[in-house]
Ligand binder design. Structure first.
Ligand code: HEM
Length: 385
């Protein structure tokens, strides 16, 4: 995909990818354009007022657990929803989780040591770590993580040919949450769900739909992204052994290695959809009211007009102003958490297994074919020489 986007940035940086009922979908590829798009209030999240009913199938109406996610709404609703959870994700609050994240990481490392030298770094480490953390923060039982993984997967991969599975999984997810909310209402705990339930009860700031959507959003975001940050960065390091060696010996390079991992193999390939609020000329393209526009984050992060030697992985890169976490008012809420988890995850790995390497006797890792996300199915690693 990277050479394709390189070509597009040079030839046709904003391009149409299809049209339906007279509306066109566009992809934006250049760094500056991506920022402009994500910052502009003319490209909105809420599409409901843009069409005569039935013109464009309104996916958001299919089920209400997605209908009111902060990621899918504009101000003032967005501002109100984000404010409710922002305090739990501030860098200062997140910092307090550090000892617990270290403990979880240590536990996973101990389990890997029992596996006689060969592990799958995705399943055995990169996946469980962020899941356990977000589960504890929200107050959902971490033992149920396989269910969440399945549901998140189906929801993200939603396509017309898996409609039945989609509907079933959404139902199961909703029922699961209803039961959990019931329990927490009876007996509140010191977790984010109990706190949100309290807000919902007061009625003014959070509706029932919004409550479900919020929890679903946080579970999905917590399940599908940080795993890729950890695994993709490790994969890039295995592809560049001299840099792996350097950062293994000098942990002060870990934060910039994480930022470079985010830029080079961005875990989220595309922004979520924006809808044009008016007929707009966007860098020479006539974008009509109601058209859908997507920002290619991975393309922006390889834009050579912004990043010197953009196709080179360099853990010492300075001024690495990538847009892996998006930009503007929807900038990732979980960025401080993801960065901290990434940092601890790598530190612990390098300490425990300074000689680890890709298990080169196994087939080389492959990217999962999931739209929106860049992640590996598996990352087979041998832990020592
Ligand atoms: C939004 C990426 C981890 C929660 C976003 C957006 C991106 C992103 C690109 C903006 C999407 C858009 O504008 O269309 C990432 C990456 C992560 C990560 C690369 C890990 C490496 C997390 C985690 C959480 C989280 C761990 C929470 C537990 C959210 C939320 C939003 C968001 C709630 C919506 C914010 C809003 O609408 O105001 N993320 N994310 N993310 N992310 Fe993340």
């Amino acid at each position: 995909a990277y050479p394709f986007y390189k070509e597009q940035r040079a030839q046709q940086p904003v391009f149409p990818v299809g049209s339906e009922n007279g509306y066109t979908s566009w992809i934006v590829t250049k760094y500056d354009h991506v920022k402009e798009l994500l910052k502009s209030p003319s490209f909105m999240k809420d599409q409901s007022n843009l069409y005569p009913s039935s013109d464009r199938g309104n996916e958001a109406e299919k089920v209400n657990i997605f209908g009111n996610m902060m990621l899918d709404v504009d101000p003032p609703d967005h501002t109100r929803l984000r404010k409710l959870v922002q305090p739990s994700f501030n860098p200062k609050t997140i910092k307090q989780l550090e000892p617990r994240i270290r403990e979880i990481s240590d536990g996973l490392i101990e389990d890997m040591k029992k596996k006689e030298g060969s592990v799958n770094l995705v399943d055995d480490y990169a996946f469980p770590l962020p899941i356990i953390v977000i589960s504890e923060l929200l107050g959902v039982p971490a033992e149920d993580r396989d269910k969440f993984r399945k549901w998140s997967n189906t929801i993200l991969a939603a396509s017309s040919d898996s409609e039945t599975e989609f509907v079933e999984d959404v139902e199961a997810f909703t029922t699961y949450l209803t039961d959990l909310f019931e329990k927490r209402r009876e007996q509140p705990e010191d977790d984010l769900i109990s706190q949100l339930l309290q807000t919902e009860e007061d009625g003014e700031q959070l509706s029932t739909n919004e409550l479900y959507s919020m929890v679903v959003l946080l579970i999905i975001a917590g399940h599908e992204t940080t795993v890729n940050l950890i695994a993709n960065t490790m994969f890039a390091l295995f592809e560049h052994p001299e840099q792996l060696k350097r950062v293994t010996q000098d942990h002060s390079l870990i934060p910039s290695a994480i930022e470079e991992g985010l830029r080079y193999y961005s875990p989220v390939d595309f922004s979520t959809a924006r809808w044009s609020e008016a007929d707009i000329d966007f860098h020479g393209n006539r974008i009509k009211r109601g058209d859908l526009v997507l920002a290619s984050i991975s393309s922006a992060n390889r834009d050579e007009e912004k990043f010197e030697n953009a196709d080179q992985f360099d853990i010492t890169r300075r001024r690495n102003a990538h847009v892996a976490f998006g930009f503007g008012i929807h900038f990732c809420l979980g960025a401080p958490l993801a960065r901290l988890e990434g940092k601890i995850a790598l530190e612990k790995l390098f300490d425990a297994f300074p000689d680890m390497d890709l298990n080169r006797t196994e087939p080389s890792p492959e990217w999962r074919q999931v739209f929106l996300l860049r992640g590996l199915d598996a990352l087979p690693v041998r832990l020592s020489d």
